[in-house]
Design a protein around this ligand. Structure first.
Ligand code: AKB
Length: 328
């Protein structure tokens, strides 16, 4: 089991707005920042219909923060003297294919609203990119940091554009934008919704419930994946990194494990020997997965800001199953 580290947070990250605080990443990142950043105010930004509940609601302030409403974002930034925004508002890859205009609106119009507020108020911004920012012409194995990015999904188009626009605001206006390309993220707290890598979360729920898992992508479909504690640490550490050491900014490849459905099923069977899986391929998800890297080279993140994952497939599987047994 990886050791819990005590991270030193930079002074700048004190008043933080997490947009999308009730989503898969936001729900855990908001709580982590509230617990670990001394003297911080971490505002849980949400949209109507996705209000924070329970401990997320009780442990700090929350505000409606729809990225499409730049004036409202401006007010929140002024009200709380925000210095850092985590912009986690997005439609994931599969759902973005069924609502491409909405994905563009949230991911691009939303982003430029945030970057404008950041420019006017001296705020640092983290907007995640993804393995989805690559496409079928990208080298699939050990995908380099700087390579071909010609995705054919709306999600991918918005992620490449996010990287470019965030870099533009850095070079033109000095806005402190930084980011990582997240692999598929696996956690037991909040379910993802509408992604291509969601199967790697759902498989654990089925296994712990004793149900057969119906896998939507074929055997042999390799994708990068990461356990949520590593992903959260990456999101925090990149914002704390010494800017003088950053050659890249938007966005760094980060990696910890790559597997196909057979490999994750075998890892689960080490803990739950009678786990069963069959395939019912979803053509959309398969098509998207086939256009993404099998495994990324994260050496730039390792060199420039000391990125290092703590979990591998075996330790993640054990932890996921332990937590889901308690939860379910
Ligand atoms: C998705 O599957 O859409 C996301 C991602 C890899 O960005 N989890």
């Amino acid at each position: 089991m990886p050791q819990k580290k005590h991270t030193q947070y930079c002074l700048k990250m004190k008043n933080i707005l997490v947009i999308g605080s009730t989503g898969q990443i936001g729900s855990e990142l908001t709580m982590k920042l509230r617990k670990e950043v001394p003297g911080s105010t971490v505002v849980a930004g949400y949209i109507k219909g996705a209000e924070p509940k329970g401990i997320l609601f009780e442990s700090g302030p929350s505000e409606i923060a729809d990225v499409r409403d730049g004036a409202a974002l401006h007010e929140i930034v002024r009200k709380y003297n925000i210095d850092t925004i985590y912009n986690l508002a997005a439609l994931l890859s599969a759902v973005a294919e069924s609502r491409p205009l909405m994905a563009w609106d949230i991911q691009m119009n939303g982003l430029i609203n945030i970057l404008e507020v950041a420019r006017e108020n001296g705020v640092a911004v983290f907007t995640p990119s993804s393995i989805g920012s690559f496409g079928p012409e990208t080298p699939a194995v050990n995908t380099p940091q700087d390579t071909v990015q010609r995705p054919r999904t709306m999600y991918g188009v918005t992620k490449v554009s996010t990287e470019l626009l965030s870099n533009y605001y850095y070079y033109k206006y000095g806005v402190d934008t930084r980011s990582v390309r997240f692999p598929g993220l696996i956690s037991y707290v909040t379910l993802p919704g509408g992604g291509t890598t969601d199967y790697a979360v759902e498989i654990y729920y089925s296994a712990v419930k004793g149900e057969e898992f119906v896998c939507p992508v074929k055997a042999g479909t390799f994708m990068d994946m990461m356990y949520m504690p590593d992903a959260l640490r990456a999101a925090v550490e990149i914002m704390q990194a010494d800017p003088d050491k950053l050659v890249h900014r938007n966005a760094f490849n980060i990696a910890s494990m790559s597997f196909d459905p057979e490999i994750i099923a075998a890892a689960i069977r080490k803990e739950i020997p009678d786990f069963k899986m069959r395939y019912e391929v979803d053509p959309l998800r398969q098509h998207i997965a086939d256009s993404w890297p099998d495994s990324m080279d994260d050496s730039c993140a390792r060199q420039e800001w000391g990125w290092k994952p703590e979990y591998d497939l075996a330790s993640m599987t054990k932890d996921m199953i332990d937590h889901l047994r308690k939860k379910l």
